[in-house]
Design a protein around this ligand. Structure first.
Ligand SMILES: Cc1cc2nc3c(=O)[nH]c(=O)nc-3n(C[C@H](O)[C@H](O)[C@H](O)COP(=O)(O)O)c2cc1C
Ligand code: SF4
Length: 679
């Protein structure tokens, strides 16, 4: 078994045996190095690159996260042109030109007292041909599920070239003062495509038995070790269960680890479940979803094991260490959402952590502009909203914020941190605004973690949060001297009579999705057949309303004029939502046009010009109307007074992430004490 004692602790600040998380802050030897604690930042490709080179914001991102954790594994580093996109948003580790940027990165991480390990990968057939700069490679010529073009089956020359790409890239990272290399053999990427019997059908020495399928990985690992020598860490990321019939499971994972260890010195393994599309799990997955499967391998692996996936809280991490499921705690999104996660845990303040809420939205759909985070507006490029209602002296006045949704709460947190006197008012008895509705969707209640955190921070800062208080225009006028921030959000747009509805012949009740989401009780829908009409955007409100209605109704059907009713849902959430709709007995049809409603018969046409017509029985039709800004107050107050600002959906209904980024900018604008300046 592994020596868990470690030796002298090189980073006193980071390792503290006492406190509520003693195991999390205990050291561990990994190969030639000692990790100060058990917290490892997992690879996270951020796209903060310019033509394959590291940008300064990448360096700052890593610096910000390095201070209290033991090791950062940097993400998304391509080793070969066959795994680079046209935008060149992966670091091109095989080029000598990357060294200067990587060195700046490693210096920043070392300055904060953390180790830095670089993950090297080749995406294989997942490097979709259309977005690839080169030709995607794979063990065979079969297409990846969901991709249009087949990859090139690797011959001997490509095998040698790929091995050389890893070796050369590792040498460049070693020259950049890295402490180690991680080889990516998981997530269904090139090396995992070789490891899995489901994708490797080769009959040469790189296929067949487990040893044959592991041959490329072992050759790559040997090449990397030869480039970095014995003083650096060498780790491998492997799948413990790729959740594919005939694919990799715990037994095969262990076999690969044994083959690797017999061939050379490996210092740790990082184990994961799932493939592309499933390895980043949304909030419908339980915390620590992979831990039991990882534990089954960890006990036999004989080397330190990093476990991960939906480890959100220090308690979850400490418990996993205490059970012996894992040796090191891998965090990706927890550290995107809160770079001070480890520091707050170390100080015994886990409740102050801003938790990742598992929306898989802002951090996963960022490709062009680089990483963003829904709950952390400091990640990614700031928004630029022009604020033209500024008055001289706004930088010193007290601030009244109307609206306790995410935008209003965030503005208050940031202004109070900047020393401003702030009060928040909301007509509702509960803070959260539209998030209260969004969080009613099955599997999405974690959205409330954001509101809980914001409210707790405001209480801590002594900010006055006045709920259930309607502030009239008259009262606002009395706050003559205050800066006013309107964060009144958005509500459902009014229903316009659809052209297919003739009220004289219709017996079906008509209402909106917003009304369903606003209902305090499910109402008496038990015997009703309900049709929910999507507006073609395939977004959460329709799916949420349908699931609420299905709890009590006889039948619920969703119709959309668009081909898909899921187009507004993050890719990594679609499979789960579909499953939940099916479990609730909900049917759906895309590409459907409503023609008329006669009595309670809804006549619809499906398909194109030669469409098929059918009828659906509907006692109730629930229509998605979208949202409109709740901006009456904004319009009237702006006319009458300066020092009136707006933030979030009151400007235009958009997302939580945008609302928070606007709040972060607005707080800076209001707190700016320089003479009045237009923003
Ligand atoms: C924005 C983003 C980029 C990622 N890029 C990589 C990557 O380059 N290599 C990798 O092995 N995993 C990557 N991952 C997966 C994470 O390392 C991690 O396995 C996954 O997010 C689950 O852990 P979590 O629940 O702590 O986020 C990425 C995840 C995110 C959210
Ligand atoms: S965007 Fe959402 S899922 Fe991604 S890290 Fe932030 S909170 Fe977590």
């Amino acid at each position: 078994m592994i020596d868990k004692a470690g030796t002298a602790d090189p980073h006193d600040r980071k390792a503290e045996a006492a406190g509520p998380f003693p195991l999390l802050f205990s050291p561990l030897s990994v190969g030639p190095r000692i990790l100060a604690n058990r917290i490892v930042m997992l690879p996270q490709g951020m796209g903060y690159t310019n033509r394959g080179l590291v940008e300064p914001r990448d360096v700052e991102y890593h610096r910000r996260r390095a201070s209290a954790i033991a090791m950062i594994i940097t993400g998304g580093t391509a080793t070969h042109p066959s795994s680079q996109s046209r935008q060149r948003n992966f670091v091109e580790a095989w080029r000598p030109g990357v060294v200067a940027g990587l060195r700046a990165r490693s210096r920043a991480v070392h300055d904060e007292g953390s180790l830095i390990v670089g993950q090297l990968f080749n995406l294989g057939f997942y490097m979709d041909a259309e977005s690839n700069r080169s030709v995607p490679l794979s063990p065979g010529a079969a297409r990846a599920p969901g991709l249009r073009y087949a990859p090139m089956a690797m011959g001997g020359a490509e095998v040698d070239d790929v091995i050389e790409g890893f070796r050369r890239s590792a040498a460049n990272l070693a020259r950049s003062d890295y402490d180690g290399i991680e080889i990516h053999g998981a997530h269904g990427y090139l090396l995992a495509q070789f490891l899995s019997a489901a994708t490797n059908k080769r009959t040469d020495e790189y296929g067949g038995s487990a040893a044959g399928r592991a041959r490329l990985l072992i050759s790559v690992a040997r090449g990397v070790r030869s480039a970095i020598g014995d003083d650096m860490i060498l780790g491998v990321r492997l799948s413990v269960d790729d959740e594919v019939p005939g694919g990799t499971d715990a037994g095969q994972c262990l076999e690969t680890i044994n083959l690797l260890r017999r061939a050379l010195r490996i210092d740790y393994v990082s184990l994961a479940i799932g493939l592309r599309g499933t390895y980043v799990q949304d909030s419908s997955a339980p915390d620590g979803i992979a831990l039991s499967r990882i534990a089954a391998v960890r006990n036999e692996a004989g080397l330190p094991v990093i476990g991960s996936q939906r480890i959100r809280t220090p308690r979850c991490a400490e418990d996993a260490l205490a059970r012996g499921d894992i040796d090191l705690v891998g965090l990706a999104r927890a550290l995107i959402a809160d770079p001070e996660w480890a520091d707050k845990a170390r100080k015994g303040a886990p409740k102050r952590i801003r938790l990742c809420v598992g929306d898989v939205q802002d951090c996963r759909q960022h490709l062009a502009g680089g990483l963003q985070c829904m709950v952390n507006p400091d990640v990614g490029a700031p928004v630029v909203i022009r604020h033209t209602h500024r008055r001289a002296g706004d930088g010193d006045r007290p601030v009244a914020i109307i609206g306790a949704g995410p935008a209003g709460l965030e503005t208050a947190i940031r202004l109070s941190a900047l020393g401003r006197d702030v009060a928040v008012f909301d007509a509702h008895g509960e803070p959260g605004g539209q998030v209260l509705k969004a969080a009613t969707a099955p599997g999405r209640s974690e959205l409330l973690d954001l509101i809980r955190h914001q409210v707790a921070e405001l209480h801590r800062a002594g900010v006055d949060l006045r709920l259930g208080v309607t502030v009239s225009e008259k009262e606002l006028a009395l706050l003559e001297d205050a800066v006013l921030v309107l964060a009144t959000g958005a509500v459902g747009a009014e229903l316009r009579r659809p052209e297919w509805l003739r009220e004289d012949t219709s017996t079906a009740a008509i209402s909106t999705v917003w009304e369903t989401l606003s209902a305090t009780s499910a109402g008496d829908t038990q015997r009703e057949s309900i049709v929910v009409l999507d507006d073609g955007l395939g977004d959460w409100p329709v799916l949420t309303a349908a699931q609420q209605l299905a709890v009590r109704s006889r039948s619920v059907v969703i119709l959309s004029a668009a081909a898909s009713i899921f187009s507004g849902v993050p890719a990594e959430s679609v499979a789960g939502v579909k499953r939940r709709l099916l479990d609730s007995g909900i049917d759906w049809y895309g590409d459907v046009r409503v023609e008329e409603l006669v009595g309670s018969e809804l006549r619809v046409a499906a398909g194109g010009a030669r469409s098929r017509r059918f009828e659906l029985h509907a006692n109730r039709i629930v229509i998605e109307t979208g949202r409109r800004s709740e901006n009456a107050l904004l319009r009237s107050m702006r006319v009458r007074r300066g020092s009136t600002y707006a933030v979030g959906d009151v400007l235009a209904p958009r997302t939580i992430g945008i609302a928070l980024r606007e709040a972060a900018q607005l707080a800076r604008v209001i707190a700016d004490k320089r003479p009045a300046r237009s923003y």
